[in-house]
Design a binder for this molecule. Structure first.
Ligand code: SF4
Ligand code: SF4
Length: 692
């Protein structure tokens, strides 16, 4: 009776405190900007099954350079240990009121036996996993735990006491669970019910065997103390959650549930007509999903380990960026909540004053934001589906559209796009010069062509990439594809402007191109540029531009399969394929370019970082147009990664990757040894022709 009353008081106090903290966090979510994410429930539930319960990002095979597999399985077991032990914790709480309390269905007569076996095994498995975690923290000390230099100053030099405390608490919960059951087995040695349970509990029996020589009195004392320690540690742990990175234990399932379901490559369309602000600059400008992201970060550092900006010594590390925002949010949480409360009383309908200072600049510096390649490597590796690109682009939108603050070299880029519809600012009349002598039809001549070949700016204006365009056009002709180009009517789709935060410019360019495409009633589009592909396929539907968009490798693969192109597998060179981010992570196009290369006879090798884990060439996110510090060039790092496979050819399928990697080869002065070629150029190089 005394135990029941004392425990009830502890339980009520702990739950009261816990729900008070949760209410505060919930109010922060309610105070954030809106986001409509309650649609497509079956898809959301499926994501929860795969990523939360299946722990897919933790246990999927990783490339050697990521070395995540053992840590991933460790987390898998801790997660499932907690799910199973959640039932045990409830049973332990119930034992305050009855020594023979069982959850419905889990008594020894029903499913209790198998459950007890599973629980016993899980307690030990979690203990082993805790041991592995301690070895990582105290022994191997990977930079993922201690911060990547130089960007992650937040974690470097930190004592990390919280991680040790949490691991210690989890270990205590497991150990006391075993000791409680072990003591119970000794005390109730003559009780057939308890002995029936013991038959299913190999590790608790072992604990009992260790306690037995001390006699039933000591075993009862140990069991009793273990019960109290177990339950009090659980209650303390519960209250630590909202205050620590372990809040993800509560928020990760909802964060996965509310993940972005639109194509990952599509940025949200800004309502330019009705907006009262452009982009995000204050902490209360972020949506509740973006705030939930901040709550959910486990600080595991997988994102920063994959970030090309972090790897090349730039000031950006995605984990640091998110945690800086989270710290600022927590510092200003009372103001954020107060603003929401004040909102309905604002009779004039005006927005209450923004909360805190502008975070863009003082909290997240301009240099951090401009360092991003918008490559999604961070998002791809995040096990709890935290999204970065939208936050970074939202802050860029504020910088460009509200403050006109951006790297000086972008002035030329934006002007070129505005006046000549290409980022170089080359005369628009030269857009079709690449086709001279090739007899390429235009839509004006051939409006009923099956496909529009949309070339894009790089393939039209850049001398090196014009060769790729010509090679691909030759292939289309050889295979007898019914296609036409827009010629000088082609317009830039504005992709670069959107990634750089110039949403106004992007929208005007996108609308202009959609009007042209719809004017010709275009239905099918081929591109050989992943940036154009991603924008037209995934973003143009925001402007009523809906087309079947096919990328060059997919089309060539189809032509080969249909026998419309014949490739004699004569290329024969050691070739390493570099995945572009916008075909790869943005659109999951990994196999087609490799298959086409294989059919051409290329001897394919893979870089350590390839497919999902591929690294950006350095041009993404508009960084093609931003000057880079010679010591911090992403393209040189990526070139080194490619050269580690000892290739004769680096194959690409993106004009920006072509520029960056061929610049890397030039910088190393090995152009005579290693060539950079587009996949389409390789197919065009082998003496292929139409099927006979
Ligand atoms: S999108 Fe790429 S460059 Fe930007 S933070 Fe993520 S990993 Fe780093
Ligand atoms: S954002 Fe995701 S990957 Fe990065 S530290 Fe947080 S949980 Fe880990």
């Amino acid at each position: 009776m005394v135990t029941a009353i004392a425990f009830s008081l502890c339980l009520l106090a702990a739950l009261g405190l816990f729900f008070r903290q949760l209410w505060g966090r919930f109010n922060l979510l309610r105070a954030a900007a809106p986001a409509a994410l309650f649609d497509r429930i079956p898809e959301r539930l499926k994501a929860v099954v795969i990523y939360a319960f299946g722990q897919e990002k933790f246990v999927r095979p990783a490339v050697a350079s990521v070395k995540e597999t053992s840590a991933g399985w460790m987390h898998f077991f801790i997660f499932w240990g907690f799910v199973i032990l959640g039932l045990q914790i409830t049973t332990m709480f119930g034992r305050a009121y009855s020594d023979h309390f069982y959850l419905p269905g889990l008594s020894p007569h029903l499913l209790g036996g198998p459950y007890m076996l599973l629980r016993d095994l899980m307690e030990v498995t979690v203990l082993v996993s805790i041991g592995v975690a301690f070895v990582r923290w105290l022994g191997t000390r990977p930079p993922r735990l201690f911060g990547f230099s130089p960007a992650e100053n937040r974690l470097r030099g930190h004592s990390h006491w919280e991680a040790y405390l949490i691991l210690g608490l989890i270990g205590t919960i497991m150990t006391t669970g075993l000791l409680y059951d072990g003591g119970r087995i000794v005390v109730h040695a003559g009780d057939p019910g308890v002995m029936g349970e013991a038959a299913w509990e190999p590790f608790s029996r072992l604990a009992g065997r260790l306690l037995a020589p001390a006699g039933p009195g000591v075993a009862a004392g140990v069991s009793n103390v273990a019960w109290w320690v177990h339950n009090l540690v659980v209650l303390a742990f519960l209250n630590l959650l909202p205050l620590s990175k372990h809040f993800h234990i509560i928020t990760s399932v909802p964060n996965v549930f509310f993940k972005k379901l639109e194509p990952t490559g599509a940025l949200a369309k800004q309502d330019l007509e009705n907006a009262t602000r452009f982009g995000s600059s204050h902490i209360d400008h972020f949506t509740w999903k973006q705030v939930l992201d901040m709550f959910t970060c486990t600080e595991c550092g997988r994102c920063s380990s994959q970030c090309p900006a972090t790897a090349t010594g730039k000031p950006l590390a995605p984990r640091q960026l998110l945690l800086d925002l989270r710290d600022y949010l927590y510092q200003h949480q009372d103001e954020v909540i107060a603003k929401r409360v004040a909102r309905p009383t604002n009779g004039d309908g005006a927005e209450p004053a923004v909360v805190g200072e502008n975070v863009v600049g003082p909290v997240i510096t301009d240099e951090v934001l401009w360092a991003c390649n918008v490559c999604r490597a961070c998002e791809e590796s995040c096990p709890v589906m935290i999204e970065y690109v939208d936050k970074i682009v939202d802050m860029r939108r504020h910088l460009v559209q509200e403050e006109a603050r951006f790297p000086a070299e972008l002035t030329r880029t934006f002007k070129g796009m505005e006046t000549q519809s290409n980022p170089w600012g080359i005369g628009a009349e030269k857009r079709f010069a690449w086709a001279e002598g090739l007899d390429i039809p235009t839509l004006a001549d051939k409006p009923d062509a099956e496909y529009l070949y949309y070339v894009g700016c790089a393939g039209s204006f850049d001398d090196r990439n014009k060769k790729t365009t010509q090679a691909f056009a030759r292939l289309l002709k050889k295979a007898g594809v019914d296609f036409a180009c827009l010629g000088t009517e082609e317009l830039c789709n504005g992709e670069t402007a959107r990634r750089l935060g110039n949403e106004y410019l992007y929208q005007s360019m996108a609308q202009g191109l959609v009007e042209t495409l719809n004017g010709y009633k275009v239905r099918k589009i081929i591109t050989n540029c992943p940036h154009c592909f991603n924008t037209i396929r995934n973003e143009f539907p925001q402007f009523d531009g809906r087309y079947e968009v096919v990328h060059a490798a997919e089309l060539v693969q189809r032509l080969l399969a249909a026998g419309r192109l014949r490739v004699p597998a004569g290329f024969g060179k050691r070739t390493v394929y570099h995945d572009s981010c916008y075909y790869g992570r943005f659109n999951e196009i990994y196999d087609e370019p490799r298959e086409v290369l294989g059919k051409s006879g290329a001897q394919l090798a893979e870089m350590q970082r390839h497919k999902h884990f591929g690294m950006c060439c350095g041009a993404g996110g508009g960084r093609m147009w931003i000057e880079e510090d010679p010591d911090k060039r992403v393209n040189l790092l990526r070139t080194d990664q490619a050269l580690a496979t000892n290739p004769e050819v680096i194959a690409v399928s993106c004009p920006f990757c072509m520029t960056m990697l061929s610049d890397g080869i030039k910088a190393k002065d090995i152009e005579d040894k290693v060539q950079t070629l587009d996949v389409m150029e390789i197919v065009d190089k082998v003496p292929c022709g139409p099927a006979t």
